[in-house]
Design a protein around this ligand. Structure first.
Ligand code: 5GP
Length: 178
């Protein structure tokens, strides 16, 4: 792994593909044990989690369904400011166990909005699987049930994560060179 330049920034190797793979497989085994009787619906949050979701779900062997959503934010006309909308969900999710699949949880603002949208749909329970978590930045109460790796408050790219649209296709994770 060599350093890479994306637009105006340089990134250095951080997490190897082998380490990613071990951690993703461990997560899948935990999910296989915990949710064996729940017929979960995995809700993959695009774009960033496409690579993590593909690797994870290849190792999930319990009966399950998979769906893909996107979050769209826009400034509503109400005084509350930004409104977040979930687009792409066609499945009936009332009464189901939903596993949110995220690439990274940083402050948790995005996750909190998504969970509140899902709760309005009367799901049975929500579990959260995120490949990366920044514990020093995360200040919300929602449990992140399945975490691949915890990282410091640094900006990372690769394995689905982008810098200004670039770098999502890299199979390793890189961190911004300071
Ligand atoms: P939040 O602060 O709401 O938890 O994070 C929201 C989003 O910010 C993530 O889903 C991700 O798209 C982006 N993000 C947070 N930290 C990083 C990072 O280190 N690298 C990249 N590429 N995106 C990040």
């Amino acid at each position: 792994m060599q350093q890479v330049t994306l637009k105006d920034k340089t990134f250095v190797p951080y997490i190897t593909a082998d380490k990613i793979s071990v951690s993703v497989n461990n997560l899948a085994q935990k999910i296989n044990t915990d949710l064996v009787n729940d017929m979960p619906l995995f809700l993959v949050v695009l774009n960033g989690s496409f690579m993590f979701a593909a690797d994870l779900l290849k190792e999930v062997t319990i009966p399950c369904e998979i769906s893909f959503i996107k979050l769209a934010s826009y400034h509503g006309t109400s005084s509350s400011g930004t409104v977040t909308e979930m687009i792409g969900l066609t499945d009936e999710i009332k009464g189901r166990t939903v596993v949110v699949v995220e690439d990274i949880v940083d402050t948790g603002v995005t996750l909190e909005k998504l969970v509140s949208l899902l709760n309005k749909k009367e799901v049975k329970q929500i579990k959260v699987a995120s490949f990366l978590l920044k514990p020093d930045a995360y200040k919300k109460d929602i449990p992140v049930d399945y975490v691949g790796m915890e990282i410091p408050n640094d900006f990372v790219v690769g394995y689905g994560l982008d810098y200004d649209g670039l770098g999502r296709n890299m199979k390793e994770i890189y961190v911004l060179h300071k």
